[in-house]
Each structure stands twice: as C-alpha cells, then as structure tokens.
Design a protein. Structure first.
Length: 194
C-alpha cells in the first residue's frame, strides 16, 4: 500500500483505464487479495511479465558469447508480447472506460466528461498497450479540475487525478519501468525531430 509520502515520476502518455466505483461501506481489499481478483487474462500477463523480468535479470550476468542467445530470447519475448497484446485488445474490462493522459508509480490522471467526487475510491483496471502493462488496483480521486476548452474540443472535460491506495509492488514496478521506457522513447523522438 502506498502512503502520501510515496511519490514517483509521472509521464504524459495516453492509455486505457476502466473505473468501477467501490462501495465505501465495504473495506478495501488487502494487497494480497488483489491477485485473487484478477481476471484470467490479467493474471496471465502479470505472470508472463514477472517471469520475463526474472529471466532478463539473470541474462545480464552472461558474457559476450551469449549475446546471440540473448537476442533470440528477446525475439521470443517480443512474439509473446504480441500475442498478449492481442488478448488484451479482445478483453472486455469491468467499469466505465476513460482515456488516461498521465501515469506513474503513485497514480494516474485521466480525462472525464463529468466531474468525479473527491475522495471517491474506484477499482481501477489500467492498460498501457505499448509497454504491455495491464493491472488491477484501487485508487482514490485526489483532484478534479475543469479543462480549458480548445478549438478541437467543444464538450466540457475534466482532468481527474487518482492516487493508488491498494496496488501490488510488482505493478508499481511495472508502471515505473514503463514510464522510464516511454520517456526514453519520447526523448529520442525529440532529438530526431531537431
């Protein structure tokens, strides 16, 4: 569980998020119970990412002669990622769909056509396609502000910040890694466009 003193870097990047309001009369589940709440597809993705992470850690200790093996394993990993992305795209998630605009290890920001109540807790299913991140957690609305209208946007929209209140440590790690990887990609694109 995160505390208010836990803060992580956030990155602007679009992603899919599904919110289901949590009944305030019910206690929040424990972090250990999140794994039991995962749909089969999210559990599969979580297991594959954990295995991949462990394997890559061990591969870093191999010498230069093993580079061919490492490249082959990266190719196999990429193929598995493509299959898992297909599974995730077909999955129907519980809750109302929103487009996220910013994420990090401590929370997310999304765009909503209606304001969400401060302090409201939601069950959150988060899906970042490019980094094959799909997770289930709980988050609380900490901020909700009206976005200024642009020429392309004629409807009222709100920027809603949610802070994670129940999330597994390995999911925080996935979000942190994804934010750093996407930041590196964004920096490379900026350098190329100069």
């Amino acid at each position: 569980m995160l505390t208010d003193s836990t803060a992580y870097f956030s990155i602007n990047h679009p992603f899919d998020v599904y919110l289901s309001p949590w009944d305030s009369a019910k206690p929040l589940p424990l972090v250990e119970q999140l794994g039991l709440m995962l749909p089969t597809s999210l559990q599969l993705i979580s297991d594959v990412k954990a295995l991949e992470s462990d394997c890559l850690l061990q591969l870093r200790h191999l010498d230069d002669d093993a580079k061919t093996v490492v490249e082959f394993l990266k190719l196999q990993s990429r193929k598995i990622d493509m299959v898992l992305q297909h599974i995730m795209a077909k999955e129907e998630y519980e809750g109302t769909h929103y487009i996220g605009k910013q994420f990090g290890g401590s929370g997310i920001t999304l765009v909503s056509p209606t304001p969400l109540e401060l302090g409201q807790v939601f069950q959150v299913t988060l899906h970042i396609k490019e980094e094959l991140v799909a997770l289930l957690c709980f988050a609380k609305v900490t901020s909700c502000s009206l976005l200024e209208a642009t020429d392309a946007q004629s409807t009222t929209q709100y920027a809603v910040e949610l802070s994670f209140c129940v999330i597994q440590d390995n999911d925080v790690e996935q979000l942190v890694k994804a934010s750093l990887t996407l930041q590196q990609k964004q920096l490379k694109l900026r350098q190329l466009s100069r």
